[in-house]
Design a protein around this ligand. Structure first.
Ligand SMILES: C[S@@+](CC[C@H](N)C(=O)[O-])C[C@H]1O[C@@H](n2cnc3c(N)ncnc32)[C@H](O)[C@@H]1O
Length: 233
């Protein structure tokens, strides 16, 4: 996989010569959905805080959100070491974004916690990872959230889900079939299964926001604690 690439909705990558000089990968989907997601984040989040982003991908979301939420400090991460240069390139010049960290949630959950991550954050944001990784990443993500979210922190999950018994949109069914053909461990997750994993670490669904193109933004909150305990390590 080269350093110059484009994610399509199914994660395939194509060359994008204009971005070459800046190491920026480009995702048309992230370009489309960044504005509607930011509008929701601006509605949901307070003016100031700290966020840990899991699976930042190209870095377009990190750059867009850190610009639109200037009172927030943003820590992007990704499991793909080659993604880090792209994230940093997109976020270049933004004072409220830290250099991207290498973070595989499966490794992080299994081994001892990374000392590089902020100890506590007000929000954890993760888009489009659960269906493009094995199901075990869901429990790992929840464990991470339980470790790193401040008492009143939010876990924000964006992506497509199955909501059985409600019918799944044809576009999502086709996406699911494509994902499974590429890797049998991938595929759209059932919302109920994701919430079950969340509840196991005391995270509760506060809001389910319907987003364009049959995606959801899920707002999960830790059970309320008495104090705000956010720290930017
Ligand atoms: C489809 S991309 C989504 C990128 C970005 N969040 C977005 O919505 O545009 C999926 C990302 O998940 C990351 N990923 C997959 N497995 C992971 C894991 N175990 N831990 C952390 N990130 C992971 C991949 O490296 C990839 O960047």
């Amino acid at each position: 996989m080269g350093g110059v690439a484009t994610f399509t909705k199914v994660g395939a990558m194509t060359n994008h010569p204009l971005d070459h000089a800046h190491h920026r990968r480009h995702s048309p989907a992230a370009e489309r959905n960044a504005a509607p997601i930011l509008a929701q984040l601006q509605r949901l989040l307070p003016l100031q805080g700290s966020a840990l982003e899991i699976a930042s991908g190209t870095g377009q979301h990190a750059a867009h959100f850190a610009t639109g939420l200037p009172g927030w400090r943003w820590q992007p991460t990704d499991a793909d070491p080659q993604a880090l240069a792209s994230i940093d390139a997109w976020c270049n010049g933004l004072d409220n974004v830290r250099p991207a960290l290498h973070l595989d949630v499966l490794v992080e959950a299994r081994d001892s916690p990374s000392s590089e991550l902020p100890e506590k954050v007000d929000a954890i944001y993760c888009a489009n990872m659960l269906h493009i990784s094995p199901w075990e990443t869901c429990a790992a993500l929840m464990l991470l959230a339980s470790r790193h979210l401040a008492p009143r922190g939010m876990l924000l999950l964006y992506g497509p889900y199955r909501e059985d018994p409600a019918p799944t949109a044809p576009s999502n069914l086709a996406f699911d079939a494509d994902l499974r053909s590429r890797d049998p461990a991938w595929g759209l997750r059932r919302l109920a299964d994701v919430l079950h994993q969340a509840n196991a670490v005391e995270l509760r669904l506060r809001e389910r926001v319907a987003m364009p193109a049959n995606n959801l933004l899920l707002v999960l909150e830790r059970s309320l604690g008495p104090t705000k305990d956010s720290a930017w390590a």
